[in-house]
Design a protein around this ligand. Structure first.
Ligand SMILES: Cc1cc2nc3c(=O)[nH]c(=O)nc-3n(C[C@H](O)[C@H](O)[C@H](O)COP(=O)(O)O)c2cc1C
Length: 283
């Protein structure tokens, strides 16, 4: 059966614990070293074939997250993936070091690609290397589709010590609110997600699966069991639901039931496509 996770930032497990418990692992919203209020509203806009958001990594900061959120999330009894972000290689090292001795954390996902905040000056590989030096936890590198050659990025982060890839983050987009006429989002551009992202995401998964021997968590416009199966056919070993959870919080249950009833492609364990770990001891 294809493991189903949520995409970071698309499910609040403490507000909807039963939805989180219907997943094979829960991925947190990206946490940063210091608390962030995020960008000013409006931060969501619908478009013809996807959604724009410019949340800007709103989160309580790592200290409050570890003290207050992690114990509550651990009670859900779902493998916990913590997404971390930052603005320099030192930030990634600090975050990973802080989570390293937390038994509750199964996997750390490195958000290397948020389109709604300033980017770190270092390359993705340098950020992964910095994180790798700070923790023994499995590290998933989340890459942006907005790159000339994503396979090259995949090889670089694999060489730097990533244990898996999360593909893909949103891509920058903009909608015009015609009455003004000004950008619909206060920040102007935002991250574009949903159905229009799926072919872009599949191309990224396909290219990276051919380039590196790492497990891939595929995401981007997954709404149905067929979408999930397409990601596995392209080379993913697990699939995450993002925008779909806003439209239908019970989509994991619906998709799981439909996958059980269809002839879905098998996730190959131990081959070119490897098993996605749900505990830190599996790698
Ligand atoms: C409202 C919203 C918030 C998001 N926040 C984060 C985040 O904090 N960290 C992250 O790595 N990705 C974040 N993402 C990107 C998703 O995790 C996912 O990569 C992307 O939405 C593509 O999947 P989808 O088309 O199924 O939504 C966010 C997406 C949305 C729609």
């Amino acid at each position: 059966m294809i493991p189903l996770l949520n995409a970071s930032g698309c499910l609040d497990a403490l507000t909807a614990p039963e939805v989180a418990q219907s997943l094979d692992a829960f991925v947190t919203k990206t946490v940063t070293p210091l608390p962030r209020e995020g960008n000013p509203p409006l931060r969501f806009a619908e478009t013809e074939s996807g959604m724009l958001n410019s949340i800007g990594l709103q989160n309580p900061g790592i200290e409050s997250f570890v003290a207050e959120n992690v114990p509550l999330l651990a009670q859900l009894d779902v493998p916990l993936w913590v997404s971390v972000g930052g603005f320099s290689a030192a930030d990634y090292a600090l975050m990973c070091g802080r989570l390293d001795d937390s038994d509750e954390v199964a996997v750390i996902e490195l958000n290397l690609s948020c389109p709604n905040v300033e980017e770190a000056p270092e390359t993705a590989a340098e950020l992964v290397a910095s994180a790798r030096a700070a923790t023994r936890k499995p590290l998933y590198a989340k890459l942006s589709p907005a790159t000339w050659d994503i396979a090259e990025s995949a090889r670089a982060v694999a060489d730097a010590g990533a244990d898996g890839l999360s593909l893909i983050n949103t891509i920058r987009g903009l909608a015009i609110e015609r009455a003004s006429p000004r950008p619909a989002l206060a920040r102007g551009a935002g991250g574009y997600s949903g159905p229009a992202l799926k072919p872009i995401a599949l191309a990224c998964v396909w290219a990276c699966a051919a380039a590196v021997d790492l497990p891939i968590l595929g995401m981007g416009g997954v709404f149905t069991s067929e979408d999930a199966a397409d990601f596995v056919s392209a080379g993913a070993s697990a699939v995450a639901l993002g925008t779909a959870l806003f439209a239908d919080p019970w989509s994991p249950r619906r998709i799981r039931a439909a996958l059980a009833a269809m002839d879905a492609p098998e996730v190959i364990a131990g081959g070119g496509i490897r098993h996605v770990p749900t505990t830190s001891r599996e790698l």
